[in-house]
Design a protein around this ligand. Structure first.
Ligand code: MLT
Length: 530
């Protein structure tokens, strides 16, 4: 029987389907563009879902998908996926950035030229039996200013192509540095500058709360009279009513759209009948090459993620790079164990978690290590499975504040993860390191240096240091058939309360633990499972 079941709800290239057929641990079904109800009805049986832009992955769908581990978007835009809801349920979301960049940039230029030279209108007129040369007076791109909103992958390729037409390219993108723009020979401007200077505007930004509705009546009013606008990114970047008004008033000379606020574009949309409009049905990424690449890439990525091999282009994983993930694996395990130990030793609901990583191998990876630590921390108390994706969200839901910190007092190890947790009326600091780059060990509890294996069943026994006590504890455990695998006992002056770690082969019974804590000198006993 196949290990994984995959549902495909959109058209995938033949090459991508062949890849799925060739995977012997997979069975898959293709149900093209199912209704919301149909999709919610069938999704419970699947481990992965592969979509394009027509399927919506929302909280309802995710709630109906207990087996779902991966959502793979063949393409770039993820505005049809509720990433937060997916993260909360521990579902990996991945896309294929880059695979259809060239296709989208080329279509942007195609629309720009079609708009300037009235190509669709001239074609339609000729087909209708006319020969109306004087009606189709165009404008040139040469020497004009193109303003690009969003200088990401597609924006950069649009800029290069526009430069080959000898256009001046300016761009608005608050996330791009001046150096990068300079190298591209693009002048960075603010939004007002772009609106005021551009003869043509190309929207190439992702749809985010900041960019939604960026082109509206107010911003259109600040554009040059006679501006022409192209949108091959997302329909909701612009207000279609305002664009239509701009066209009707003559302030906007033309618009070319591949994407729309509502898709498919409603039959009665004025965009279908206005002159000076070029519209295509969201086909910018539809080239043989781009569809081959997005399809095969998403299938490869989804299979690798299901098999736990690689999480390339996962947008909600702390480590998406396979090499980094492999290198960090033993430390992620250490962090999980430390989190679990913290939770099992805490004396009240944890309110705050502070994490510090020391050592060259770890300092740049505090974020994923913190996520792993949270996973370990929440696992013992969570009724839903906790993974690297939902751990931060579950912590937030429980009101646990998490911070990466600096300056926790810690012993001097080459690579060390330290974590302080705080609950009402108390706190505990625990640090851990790897023995031989592999075996997780706890090396510090509060002010005490420790050296104990973080594996299996551990009795953490707090004792008042006194001569002969640990001998009595050992004898007691032996008498009750509790086999000790390893024992770490701190040495300190008599009369001081110290922790002691006893690794057991099998758990001690509650009765044994209850008797142990009665012994003179024993202050506290916790049995933890790691
Ligand atoms: C994308 O986001 O990759 C493009 O809009 C194409 C598509 O929706 O599939």
């Amino acid at each position: 029987m196949a290990a994984y079941r995959i549902l495909v709800t959109d058209d995938l290239s033949p090459q991508a389907i062949e890849r799925l057929q060739a995977a012997d641990d997979v069975s898959f079904d293709v149900v093209r563009r199912p209704s919301k109800g149909t999709l919610e009805g069938i999704i419970p049986d699947y481990d992965a879902l592969i979509i394009r832009s027509s399927s919506r992955v929302d909280a309802d769908l995710l709630a109906a998908a207990p087996r779902l581990k991966v959502v793979g978007r063949a393409g770039m835009g993820l505005d049809n996926v509720d990433i937060d809801a997916a993260s909360l349920r521990g579902v990996i979301v991945m896309n294929t950035p880059g695979a259809n960049t060239i296709a989208t940039a080329e279509h942007t230029v195609a629309l720009l030229l079609a708009l300037c030279r009235h190509v669709p209108q001239a074609d339609a007129s000729l087909r209708a039996g006319e020969w109306a040369r004087s009606e189709f007076l165009g404008v040139q791109l040469y020497g004009k200013t193109l303003g690009i909103v969003g200088l990401g992958r597609v924006g950069v390729q649009v800029a290069r192509r526009a430069q080959s037409f000898e256009m001046d390219v300016i761009a608005f993108d608050p996330y791009i540095s001046d150096e990068v723009a300079r190298e591209l020979r693009v002048t960075l401007v603010d939004l007002d500058g772009l609106l005021a200077q551009s003869d043509f505007i190309s929207l190439n930004a992702a749809l985010t709360p900041e960019t939604r509705g960026l082109i509206n009546a107010l911003t259109i009013a600040r554009m040059k009279r006679g501006v022409r606008l192209v949108n091959c990114a997302r329909g909701a970047l612009g207000d279609e009513v305002a664009l239509v008004d701009g066209l009707r008033s003559g302030h906007v000379a033309g618009i070319a759209l591949d994407v729309f606020a509502q898709e498919p574009l409603p039959a009665d949309s004025p965009l279908r009948s206005l002159p000076n409009v070029v519209i295509t049905p969201h086909i910018a990424a539809n080239t043989v090459e781009a569809q081959r690449d997005v399809g095969t890439q998403i299938v490869d990525q989804v299979l690798a993620a299901l098999r736990g091999q690689d999480f390339r282009n996962a947008v909600n994983m702390p480590v998406a790079d396979a090499n980094v993930f492999q290198a960090l694996k033993p430390y992620l395990r250490l962090a999980e164990k430390l989190g679990s130990l913290q939770m099992q030793l805490s004396e009240g609901p944890i309110k705050r978690v502070e994490v510090e990583c020391h050592g060259d191998e770890l300092v740049d990876h505090v974020k994923p290590l913190t996520v792993a630590l949270l996973k370990g921390l929440l696992d013992p108390i969570s009724d839903t499975p906790v993974n690297y994706i939902n751990a931060p969200h579950l912590a937030l839901q429980r009101g646990i504040s998490v911070s990466e910190t600096k300056g926790l007092p810690a012993p001097n190890y080459a690579d060390l993860i330290s974590c302080r947790v705080v609950w009402d009326g108390g706190e505990r600091l625990i640090s851990g390191s790897l023995l031989g780059h592999e075996l997780p060990r706890v090396v510090q509890i509060d002010e005490f240096r420790v050296s104990a294996e973080l594996e299996g069943v551990i009795l953490v026994v707090e004792v008042i240091s006194m001569s002969g006590l640990m001998g009595r504890v050992g004898t007691f455990l032996a008498e009750h058939n509790v086999n000790i695998a390893e024992w770490w006992l701190g040495r300190t002056a008599a009369g001081i309360q110290i922790p002691s770690f006893i690794n057991l082969d099998v758990p001690a019974s509650p009765e044994v633990l209850a008797k142990l804590v009665q012994m003179e000198g024993v202050v506290n006993v916790r049995q933890v499972m790691l």
